[in-house]
Design a protein around this ligand. Structure first.
Ligand code: NDP
Length: 279
């Protein structure tokens, strides 16, 4: 008999609303992995202690959410290639006694396009320049998108991300100011809402002029709750194919669990748990 579990979890504040714990624990149970995942409320000034605690207890790894994705870098021993370019970490894993930071958010988004749309040579428009937008834009560029246009309310952040894409990836980065109604450039293949507009708490819709969107364009949203945002319904009314934020959420969790356990877990188990939670 042995009563010791390997520990993983998430450090954030507020921590209570993050559904990843339910998905990951369902996958651990399904695969008979002796691992636990714990949502931890970690205040801004407590991150250093939390990481030290995880080291002391031999945690296999942990996720980071708001507000720790950038600050955690100072407490790690190394970074994966895309995390280094993105400048943010949402997943840490232990390699012997070294803590390595990765960014699985953008990879999760790119994996969600698998079987839905090709990425090679596409022209993408990303709304937003925050953590999710940076991760998606960089991973889309590294996965073969030819051009990524960033549209952001705060121009400086958008310009900086566009310049980063041009300098550090094979894609061309461009910036378009956030002027309403937003018109997407001709020839856009995919439009991604990577802002927090549309979250259940605000109910807003990015002010896209859907007359500027060709119906062959794929429209994606990173918002998880609600599962189907008004932005996506408007895109479907225009005739566009859409994808919601759940694929990205599941795929980033699969990638994290693979870093921690070496096992690629069954995404269907996580999707079923999300469906149960969101109805
Ligand atoms: P950040 O706070 O880092 O970025 C928010 C972005 O939204 C910024 O670009 C901000 O613009 C923009 N924004 C917010 N409000 C407005 C507004 N009223 N008008 C115009 N722009 C606005 O957040 P994250 O990038 O971390 O998260 C963004 C969303 O992505 C959240 O809803 C989060 O839940 C979701 N997410 C989903 C994941 C998934 O797996 N599906 C994974 C990670 C995040 P500005 O720069 O001008 O402030």
């Amino acid at each position: 008999m042995e009563f010791l579990s390997e520990l993983t979890g998430c450090f954030s504040t507020p921590a209570a609303g993050n559904p990843t714990v339910a998905m990951v624990e369902a996958a651990y149970r399904h695969h008979g992995l002796k691992y636990r995942y714990i949502n931890c409320e970690v205040a801004q000034g407590a991150l250093a202690d939390a990481v030290l605690g995880a080291r002391a207890m031999g945690w296999r790894g942990f996720n980071l959410s708001i507000p720790h994705k950038i600050a955690v870098i100072d407490h790690l021993d190394g970074l994966g290639a895309s995390a280094e370019i993105i400048g943010a970490v949402n997943c840490v894993w232990r390699n012997r006694d070294r803590l390595i930071g990765e960014n699985t958010d953008g990879k999760g988004f790119v994996d969600a396009l698998n079987g839905v749309a090709a990425i090679a040579g596409v022209r993408a428009v990303v709304l937003g320049a925050g953590g999710a937008a940076r991760a998606i834009a960089v991973e889309m560029a590294l996965a073969g998108a030819s051009e990524v246009t960033i549209v952001n309310r705060t121009a400086g952040k958008g310009e900086e991300l566009a310049a980063l894409l041009t300098a550090r990836t094979p894609a061309r980065g461009a910036f378009q100011p956030w002027q309403e109604p937003l018109r997407v450039p001709d020839g856009t293949d995919i439009v991604i809402n990577a802002t927090s507009i549309g979250l259940y708490s605000d109910g807003g819709v990015p002010a896209l002029d859907f007359n500027s969107v060709d119906p062959v364009t794929l429209v994606a949203d990173v918002i998880v709750n609600p599962r189907d945002t008004p932005f996506l319904s408007r895109a479907r009314a225009r005739g566009c194919k859409t994808i919601n934020g759940h694929g990205m959420l599941v795929n980033q969790a699969i990638a994290g669990v693979a870093f921690w356990t070496g096992v690629t877990v069954d995404g269907a188990v996580m999707r079923a748990k999300l469906a149960e939670i969101f109805g």
